[in-house]
Design a protein around this ligand. Structure first.
Ligand code: PLP
Length: 450
């Protein structure tokens, strides 16, 4: 097996950093200016998490490409880490938003679009009742609250390596069998062991043991993990998850925010899962902030019994801007015209092309890496076989290598998702774009191995 010299990696990183800096004077100047008014020089903390010494400042974007303020054009394989999976500013969404923005943005009253959206979400995901939230984080928070209110139980079960947004209960890791705060968790409000039980994905016995005391309100799960690299469920795992949750009267919440990459009804419809609740955000409104959560008929009845109309503003399951007319117009346009079966027919073959290209480079270089794909999402991981769970996936992470490959791509006009080596395909991504990435990846690997 080939291996990578760390000295060579460090010197290549140095060269690429100098090139990045020299070619982007305007982004650099904006970053310097921003440091005087924005915490860390960015409007949101994650925007510093790119491999160059400063972030790119975007001028404009359309479809699968964007241009930075220095005039460089990029193929966007990050797509806002799924928020722009539809491609940037899809025409149908841009038009719907332009119309609605002139006719009122937010009322705290419903519009007809909300009914259309409710019916469409029902049709796609199989759950009968829906609520709209602003972000997937919100949707998860509200769903957990409902689960607690309905079951009268406090604990939430999540999988080690998960990410479900800034939901305190989910900012946990599994360490020597104990549920502890994630290393990066800033200011956790309480010891997460009080709120959460974490287990490894794909471990049926651990799940059984964790749910057996029948004190867990809900399992919150991505149907395939996507935030610690992609981890696919082992055959039979979802059947076991549903069976154990039902037998212990634990509610099952499936978070489809990323796995909507698997098809128009997400992984849930593609694999006929039967969650009690489903949450989704990010691309559902073509990049306009919006999210949704759906509940089963039984849960809707049980929740209705516990929520009084006069308390609905302080029930903890909504917000004034949630369900606003603009977001719903964008959501309707996205569901009606963009995230359609055709979207998947176009993008999935390109993700397969991405995976095949990268896999061929890895094989011919003799590197102990592999590629994993789910729908129009594909990524390479620095281990020879797919990980079964979060611990295995985390053990294979290599920050230095990650940063180098991202920067190498950036300098050659390709943006990868920053937290791992993931590529998402938009309808406007072209086969030539994919092949260009394969060539750049091959060049990077060759340079590393020289
Ligand atoms: C599976 C999943 N759920 C929820 C979220 C939260 O999304 P947002 O940050 O838009 O609230 C994310 C974000 O990455 C996610 O990956």
């Amino acid at each position: 097996m080939a291996s990578i010299s760390r000295t060579r990696l460090a010197s290549l990183m140095d060269r690429e950093t100098r090139r990045f800096t020299a070619e982007r004077p305007k982004s650099r100047a904006l970053f310097e200016r921003a440091r005087a008014s924005l915490l860390g020089g960015v409007p949101m903390n994650w925007m510093v998490r790119w491999s160059g010494p400063f972030p790119l400042f975007v001028k404009e974007a359309q479809g699968a490409h964007f241009t930075d303020v220095d005039g460089h054009r990029y193929l966007d394989l990050c797509l806002g880490d799924t928020g722009a999976m539809t491609g940037h500013s899809p025409q149908a969404v841009a038009e719907a938003v332009a119309v609605q923005v002139r006719h009122g943005v937010t009322f705290m009253l419903p519009t007809e679009d909300s009914v259309w959206v409710g019916e469409e979400l029902q049709r796609r995901f199989g759950l009968p009742y829906w609520q709209i939230a602003m972000t997937a984080t919100d949707a998860n928070r509200f769903a957990i609250r409902l689960a607690r209110g309905i079951t009268g139980r406090r604990l939430v079960l999540v999988f080690n390596g998960c990410y479900h947004g800034t939901v305190d209960e989910t900012f946990v890791a599994l360490k020597d069998g104990a549920t502890v705060p994630k290393k990066s968790s800033f200011g956790p409000p309480v010891d997460p062991a009080l709120t959460t039980r974490a287990v490894e994905f794909n471990d049926i016995e651990a799940l059984r043991r964790a749910l057996e005391p029948a004190d867990v309100a809900c399992v919150l799960a991505e149907p395939a993990m996507t935030n610690v690299g992609i981890i696919l469920p082992a055959p039979g795992y979802h059947e076991a998850l549903r069976d154990i949750t039902r037998r212990t009267s634990t509610l099952l919440i499936i978070d489809e925010t990323h796995t909507i990459c698997a098809g128009p009804g997400g992984y849930t419809a593609a694999h006929r899962l039967e969650p009690d609740m489903l949450t989704i955000g990010k691309p559902i409104a073509g990049g306009v902030p919006a999210a949704a959560y759906g509940v089963s008929r039984d849960l809707a009845d049980r929740a209705a019994a516990g929520i009084r109309v006069e308390d609905s503003d302080v029930s903890g399951i909504g917000g004034t801007l949630s369900g606003n007319a603009l977001a719903l117009a964008a959501m309707r346009a996205t569901l009606e015209h963009v995230l359609t079966p055709r979207f998947y027919e176009t993008t999935i073959p390109l993700a397969e092309r991405f995976a095949a290209g990268v896999e061929a480079v890895i094989r011919s270089a003799g590197l102990p890496w592999h590629v994993v794909r789910l729908g129009n999402r594909a990524e390479y991981q620095f281990r020879p076989t797919p990980p079964k769970n979060g611990s295995e996936a985390e053990a294979a992470m290599d920050l230095d290598l990650d940063r180098f490959l991202h920067l190498y791509c950036l300098n050659r006009g390709i943006l990868m998702t920053p937290f791992h080596n993931m590529a998402l395909i938009a309808p406007d991504t072209l086969p030539e774009d994919i092949d260009r990435h394969t060539r750049v990846f091959a060049e990077a690997v060759n340079e590393l191995l020289v």
